[in-house]
Unconditional design. Structure first.
Lengths: 459, 253
């Protein structure tokens, strides 16, 4: 085992393995304190970062942080590593990788080609050496484009998931939120409902409801009910109109077990969804959600810091060529991310790490009422993510999710971002908005006509 | 909830009757109009105040006298609210004084231990505890359940009820705790029921009745539901996931 140590003012800091080093080098957050893996002083944290900077990237291929024999996510990471892509940077240390990523010569194409040569642990490591500005600057260079009925992730474009949740899944209540959202130009990433109940019958009703609206108004988007993957699989077999297959995933096998999933189950559902062949622009059919802290909350983090666990989940996502990956950053609560500062940092890390690994990253810019955060923090984060080129965020009526009881971003928030940054919806959706008289050809919102056909969709 | 709708988006107004979501709130430029923005802020302020609300132990103790049960005061290992929010592990454990206090109490074994903890909203406790217990305790005593002393716990999490129920030699613990405040529900009370409470149990061993408040699940309905679950737990000698299977019978009550 490699020795990791550094000396600062005659004090020797030793880190007994890569896992410990990654934990100590992590920017401070409550979840790592709860897990007992964080640095004990400011100096120790920087000492760990200085030490980590000198670790050769090759070390990450020889020293795994969760044993290969014990964890299928580790096996996936090691077995799918692309040595040829890695050749470009295999001589670098973590610190040198940080500088290389920021250099002007490292452009979009270079990063796209590199993605399969990076492991989650390498990416997590380098992110720990980067300031928020660095995370934004490099993520902005990445471009990850995915397609189903439209094209998501193009530079200069920014999409939203319309999230029309309702506490009792009332069809008219859900439809009302969908119509409201569409009239605000929301929903090009997907129209996706978190169901109040996971029963196949209830989920099927919601799928049919959304599919009818989509079909009736010829909306170039995809719909999704965020039910458990096994429920979706059953519904596919029953012939329900499933566009996207959803699942929450985590970065360790044990955490995924607590979600009732493993790689085989995801593969089965992935193949089943692909076989429906419902995409018209492309065939990215998976929608994954993640979030720092999920492994620890399942008591399945194995002493690994929460950010590294999170990036390992991206290896799981990457295997299935998803349309959307959403880090639900502030949902988990203050015992993992205490305040606005920690939430913002975590979101920028997740977005950067996901993009570098080649994932179509979006972010649920959100917080709960027991976190030290408010809508101002969300404004900051939303703006930063917009600058970083985030693929999509959520669109929720008034930013208030009345089913999940947390606050996210509103339809208005997306319009604000489009206006201040000059970014546009997915091209196919943009054309639809113009055709429907919702926006003009410059993207300005138009006044909705009282006889607009969408208003009749509920009643 | 009806809101003031600017003239411009009148056509959307009709949609509001189908959901309490903040739809059809209009726009100024592309932003949320001020009235709706302040509505949101006020709701968030209520939720934040609820998180930082403090149990009025004296007042609560006084109001619990009517049930003619001894009242114990205990405290978790948490020292302040900031720590409470970040260290759920310490909120699940009693501090040394409380452990000693619990050990010194010579109590006979009992059927049900009612435990009251502030959780994430002491406001929920101060507003809803008495109303719920007035409905529930008569149901329990009429059926012959023997009640342990009532315990008040400051800065407690749900699992702290396991140690307390065990210490009080109760066959079942009933934890009344303030739930995480929502934007429209800062005063929501949750009740967790655990058969054979003992240290080290996990959430799969509990049943929860949630959203107890005047505008949510009423005291009467909540008491009925809890009473049903207690009877089932004693009949089947378990609680948690396996008990849930039958709880569907309660739908629509």
């Amino acid at each position: 085992m490699t020795a990791f140590k550094t000396t600062i003012r005659h004090k020797v800091y030793k880190f007994h393995d890569l896992k410990a080093l990654l934990g100590k080098a992590s920017p401070h957050r409550s979840g790592d304190e709860l897990a007992g893996v964080c640095a004990h002083s400011y100096e120790e944290r920087v000492a760990a970062q200085i030490t980590l900077a000198d670790v050769p990237l090759k070390t990450f291929l020889n020293e795994v942080i969760i044993p290969y024999e014990d964890d299928e996510v580790t096996r996936l990471i090691i077995d799918s590593h692309d040595v040829n892509a890695f050749a470009l940077i295999n001589h670098l240390t973590v610190g040198e990788l940080r500088d290389w990523l920021l250099s002007d010569d490292t452009d979009t194409l270079t990063l796209t080609n590199l993605a399969s040569g990076l492991t989650p642990e390498m990416v997590a490591a380098v992110s720990k050496l980067m300031r928020n500005q660095d995370l934004i600057a490099v993520a902005k260079k990445c471009e990850v484009v995915t397609r189903f009925r439209n094209t998501i992730g193009l530079k200069g474009h920014f999409s939203t998931r319309l999230q029309p949740n309702h506490p009792t899944d009332d069809p008219r209540g859900v439809a009302a939120s969908i119509i409201d959202g569409l009239l605000f130009g929301s929903g090009d990433a997907t129209i996706g409902i978190n169901p109040a109940t996971d029963s196949p019958a209830a989920v099927s009703k919601l799928l049919t409801l959304m599919d009818n609206i989509r079909f009736q108004f010829e909306i170039p988007t995809q719909t999704c009910v965020l039910s458990h993957i096994t429920t979706t699989l059953q519904l596919i077999n029953d012939g329900a109109p499933v566009d996207l297959c959803f699942q929450s995933i985590a970065g360790t096998e044990k955490a995924n077990t607590s979600f009732g999933i493993n790689l085989n189950i995801i593969e089965e559902a992935y193949q089943a969804t692909l076989s429906l062949n419902r995409g018209t622009a492309g065939n990215n059919v998976m929608y994954f959600e993640t979030g720092q802290g999920s492994a620890l909350s399942a008591n399945a983090n194995f002493g690994v810091d929460q950010q590294t666990c999170e990036v390992r989940a991206y290896a799981v996502a990457r295997k299935f060529k998803p349309l959307l990956v959403n880090t639900v950053v502030g949902f988990i609560g203050p015992e993992y991310l205490y305040d606005g500062k920690q939430i913002i940092r975590a979101a920028l890390e997740d977005h950067f790490c996901g993009k570098l690994l080649g994932l179509p990253m979006g972010c649920d810019v959100c917080y709960t009422n027991h976190a030290e955060a408010d809508q101002d923090d969300m404004d900051n984060l939303l703006t930063l993510l917009g600058v970083a080129g985030c693929n999509f965020v959520m669109g929720i009526p008034g930013a208030d999710d009345i089913m999940l009881n947390y606050q996210s971003t509103s339809f208005h928030d997306a319009l604000y971002l489009r206006k201040v940054l000059g970014v546009k919806p997915a091209p196919e959706f943009e054309q639809w908005l113009i055709k429907q008289g919702i926006t003009d050809d410059k993207g300005n919102m138009l006044t909705i006509n009282p006889t607009h056909s969408l208003l009749g969709a509920v009643i | 909830m009806k809101r003031n709708i600017p003239q411009e988006i009148e056509p959307l107004k009709a949609l509001q009757e189908f959901t309490s979501a903040r739809i059809a709130i209009g726009r100024v430029g592309t932003s949320i109009p001020l009235k709706q923005s302040l509505d949101f802020k006020l709701a968030h302020a209520h939720a934040r105040d609820a998180v930082y609300s403090v149990l009025d132990i004296d007042h609560l103790t006084e109001s619990l006298r009517r049930f003619e049960l001894p009242v114990l005061h205990l405290h978790s290992q948490i020292t302040d609210r900031r720590q409470y929010l970040q260290r759920p592990d310490l909120g699940r454990k009693l501090n040394d004084t409380s452990i000693d206090h619990l050990r010194d109490i010579t109590t006979m074994s009992s059927d049900v231990a009612i435990i009251i903890a502030d959780g994430l909203s002491a406001m929920a406790i101060s507003e809803n505890t008495l109303g719920l217990l007035k409905e529930l305790i008569p149901l329990l005593t009429a059926s012959g359940y023997k009640l342990a002393p009532i315990t008040l716990v400051e800065q407690g999490r749900v699992a702290i009820g396991d140690d307390i129920g065990h210490g009080l030699k109760a066959k079942l613990s009933l934890m009344l705790i303030g739930e995480r405040p929502g934007l429209s529900s800062a005063d929501s009370l949750g009740v967790y029921l655990t058969y054979k409470p003992r240290p080290g149990l996990t959430d799969e061993m509990r049943n929860c009745v949630s959203n107890i408040r005047p505008k949510g699940l009423s005291y009467k309905k909540a008491a009925k539901k809890i009473f049903y679950l207690i009877n089932e737990a004693f009949t089947r000698k378990l609680s948690g996931v396996e008990l849930k299977d039958n709880a569907g019978l309660l739908d629509g009550h």
